[in-house]
Design a protein around this ligand. Sequence first.
Ligand code: NAP
Length: 525
Amino acid sequence: MELFRNEQILDFSQGANRDGIAHAIAALLDQGPEDVPLKIGGERVVTGRWIESRDPGDARRLLGRVARAGAPEALRAIAAADGAFRTWSRTPPADRSAVLHRAAAIIRRRRLELDALLMLEAGKVALEADGDLAEAIDFLEFYAREMLRYAGEQPLVKLAGEANALTYIPLGVGAVIPPWNFPLAILAGMTAAAVVTGNTVVLKPSSETPLIGWRLAEVLEEAGLPAGVVNFVPGSGSEIGDLIVQHPRIRFISFTGSKEVGLRINELAARTSEGQIWIKRVVAEMGGKDSIIVDADADITAAADGIVASAFGYQGQKCSACSRAIILDPVYDEVVRRVVAGAGALRVGPVEDPATRVGPVIGEGALRSISKYIEIGKGEGRLVAGGARAQGPGLDNGFFLEPTVFADVHPKARISQEEIFGPVLALIRARDFDQALAIANNTEFGLTAAVYSRSRAHLEKARVEFHAGNLYFNRKCTGALVGVHPFGGFNMSGTDSKAGGRDYLLLFLQAKLVSEKVLGPREVQ
Ligand code: NAP
């Protein structure tokens, strides 16, 4: 098998790719809204209740409706996954791994069609949509290979007279609960890791992006995944989430999303339900408040560019987004000037327009919550860019916000401490590098971070003292690549599962040791 390589993102400066995306968007819109069922035990199920999926760039545009699961469907899905576990858990790892390779191939084949849906359902510009898709392919390809490594012989110390073997076996039925912000990559990665290791899954996609979730369910089916291994049950997290998490047949929960929901899941999963015979395992990847430090001797052009790209790429709706830049006093004014210029130059607009850099935020709820933080920021810092809903042709019916920058923010201000999850950046002045590090470490989170510096001593100090799961030097803090930058955070950012890394599949496995005393030739049949 070929060595793993990251999938290249399409080059949208090429006319052919731009035309391809434009055609795919037109085809999606021509086809009109679609109705999508649940999938339980291979059966397509409708419930008569629907989750509507609308384009956040134009909320009048209905993209489709997805059947909404309630308690009865969630229970059926758990039962179907339980039933399928008996055979899927015994399916040879190489066969399970092959399903992931085939799924990756199908996604490559359907690339532009899936990119178009990512753009319209999640509000991503083409480059961000294709980045999401490429990461989904990477997860599939990487975990397919990783499974074979875990299935191979595991090194043990030899003991005379015994044949010892350690094998990794699956856990059981898992609940996979992804967020909307990487609706293909994270959903595919979490699902693929759970099933390639031999588990079966109840997959509850985010209610914001269920159509993309359905596409992955279709892709896995076409790739030959047997019925019941992945049961697709969109539904409101608050309606069916607790039921799934607390069910005694659920063996593990793989969650990515907000701190609040993650903590709730962790707490509920720790309670033992009637009939439950195991301790549930929880993998919870949660929010961030990610900082970039700019040292006095940094390349300030690179730093300002990195801050702007990390803060406003996908409208700041990445868990890895830079939401605080901590800048040393000697370069503070110049970096502020450049960041403000960079933010002001970003074109806000519909994602279909190739000139757009900043699209809509995911929905009305997000628009309201981010706007609330912008108002809070006006009392906590000096507004130097943005600060309002974006106006202009084509923006009236969508959830567009101006890239917003506050300068002179106090390190303990709310906009410096709480996850906003939108295009809002706080700039903080530090008198020296030690103070910058102390400020950077002063939140409850610890996900991504970056330092721009030319000082080896400062970089080495940050290497040890900057408490973040993914720390980058002299580059932006977004854009982790599968296999290259295994991803996961400290403290309230989660369980540091390091998705896309060599330890990840272990979270979905348990090790079994079989020790056999070597008998004489006539002692065993
Ligand atoms: P969210 O509101 O916590 O939702 C995440 C998922 O949990 C959704 O599928 C949601 O379903 C479901 N859910 C809600 N309530 C639930 C409950 N009581 N029980 C079980 N499931 C429940 O987060 P989000 O808004 O989708 O995503 C944004 C957050 O994710 C941010 O905080 C971001 O930092 C974080 N994130 C972290 C990482 C990471 O790797 N650390 C990566 C990406 C995103 P509904 O949609 O139906 O409510």
